[in-house]
Design a protein around this ligand. Structure first.
Ligand SMILES: Cc1cc2nc3c(=O)[nH]c(=O)nc-3n(C[C@H](O)[C@H](O)[C@H](O)COP(=O)(O)O)c2cc1C
Length: 188
């Protein structure tokens, strides 16, 4: 699949199943994600791969953390935890992509852009290999306790949870982009 076809036909998968082996995940990171453009070659990315029961462990710790901050009674708390803790089970593999936050405000901004580009590389490479993927964030990505739960340094920022797996739906969604007014040519 050439790069233009991969870009045009990639889409975020809602349902992911099966498994993705370690060699493939490693390949996605080593041959795609880390080749994103990166000003000053700071290599600000880190990849935490969650598979198997690690997803249950992290999901439960997250759900307990989130529940403790809600003004709800014990029954509602248990119900919330049992639902919230399953979120990471929506794919067989989750790659948590984080940024090492360091340097000036400009470097932090540009490193965030580089890590975002690395996620897009990962999504495109997964698609080119026939896998499904979805970039997710939500409260879990932005809660500071998640860094502890994932054993990440406190000067880190989670940029995305990349859910990876085999595609469940075979039909690609009909995606459109509005091109009106988004290009201005200044030609002299
Ligand atoms: C920064 C970022 C955060 C996202 N967070 C979520 C999320 O929390 N949950 C989710 O279902 N999708 C999330 N997405 C995926 C978008 O919803 C998806 O890319 C969008 O619907 C367009 O669909 P497409 O990727 O198929 O073009 C996120 C995408 C980006 C770029």
């Amino acid at each position: 699949m050439d790069v233009l076809e991969a870009i045009r036909t990639r889409s975020s998968e809602a349902q992911l199943s099966g498994d993705v082996d370690k060699a493939t995940v490693t390949r996605l990171i080593q041959e795609a994600a880390v080749w994103a453009p990166n000003h000053h070659h700071t290599e600000p990315w880190h990849f935490t791969v969650l598979t198997g029961k690690a997803r249950n462990r992290v999901g439960l710790r997250w759900a307990e953390t989130a529940a403790a901050e809600l003004p709800i009674d014990e029954v509602a708390r248990e119900k919330y935890i049992s639902k919230e803790s399953t979120k990471l089970l929506r794919a067989p593999v989750i790659v948590v992509v984080s940024q090492r936050v360091a340097g000036t405000a400009v470097q932090i901004e540009e490193d965030h852009a580089a890590v975002s580009a690395s996620i897009q590389n990962l999504l495109l490479a997964a698609h080119a290999l026939g896998l499904g993927a979805r970039w997710r964030t939500g409260k879990m990505a932005y809660h500071p306790e998640m860094l502890n739960i994932l054993n990440l340094p406190s000067e880190s920022r989670i940029v995305g949870f990349v859910y990876l797996g085999q595609r469940v739906l075979s039909d690609a969604p009909d995606r459109h982009r509005n091109l009106d007014g988004i290009i201005d040519w200044e030609v002299e």
